[in-house]
Design a protein around this ligand. Structure first.
Ligand code: SAH
Length: 228
């Protein structure tokens, strides 16, 4: 799967060289390409922003450089979903990641300054927000989307079974409590059932713990899970 980002700070995406995503890139399962918006800037100064019409503080990103950068990315590829990163978008979720993972690829547009000229909205397929807070750029949000979607691409996770079991997986519940060695740590013991070797009992315990934990920590999720 191909991931493209349009950004003023392509160097930030070096963070995606590490870990699981880095390995998936080396194996050719996914590609991540950061395109410098500055290359499509206007005039000698390669300008990408300007003062807002009507006045007000800060600068707004002009539409033409973004349109040119998008055209250049989609020119030789089909099936890319165009996404604007904005706090005004649809809140990102595991369900959204699953849906995006079915595309051939994504082009994510990272904003800066006071955000985008309103007409940029007409150029994209969807708008995604990471949450109800404001960051100074769309780069970190774009990386979060890439990481969440990339790990759903077949082959990227060593053990695909963990996808079904982890939080927001097939059950839409938070994951059950996990333990590893040692059996006792500062007086806290691993629950006896996990040491029993009885796989039926272990499954039942995990299922009920996942439900209990979700009900206590995230009643909103528990209510949604009951409806399905
Ligand atoms: N003035 C804008 C915010 C601009 S923040 C507004 O009030 O809506 C600058 C850029 O950071 C945005 O264009 C966007 O790309 C990115 N950004 C900031 N917060 C974000 C969030 N919660 N989710 C996604 N992108 C975000």
């Amino acid at each position: 799967m191909e991931f493209h980002v349009i950004t003023l700070f392509p160097e930030m995406f070096a963070a995606l060289d590490a870990g699981l995503i880095g390995r998936a890139r080396n194996q050719g399962l996914i590609s991540v390409t950061a395109h410098n918006l500055r290359d499509h800037g206007l005039g000698n100064y390669r300008q990408v922003d300007d003062a807002p019409y009507g006045g007000g503080s800060g600068m707004v990103m002009r539409p033409e450089p973004i349109a040119a950068a998008l055209d250049a990315v989609v020119a030789e590829r089909s099936g890319l979903v165009k996404i604007m990163m904005t706090p005004q978008g649809a809140p990102f979720s595991q369900a959204a990641a699953r849906e995006l993972a079915m595309a051939d690829g994504l082009v994510l547009i990272a904003g800066r300054y006071e955000g985008f000229d309103e007409r940029v909205r007409a150029l994209v397929d969807r708008e995604i927000s990471l949450g109800d807070y404001v960051l100074s750029g769309g780069e970190l949000p774009a990386m979060v989307v890439i990481e969440a979607v990339a790990r759903l691409v077949p082959g990227v996770l060593g053990n695909p079974a963990s996808l079904a079991e982890e939080s927001f997986g097939a059950s839409e519940l938070l994951e059950y409590p996990q333990y590893t060695r040692p059996e006792e740590f500062r007086g806290m013991r691993v629950p006896e059932v996990l040491l029993s070797g009885d796989h039926g009992k272990i499954r039942a315990w995990r299922e009920s713990e996942a439900r209990r934990r979700t009900a206590r920590r995230r009643p909103d999720l528990a209510a949604a899970a009951r409806k399905t």
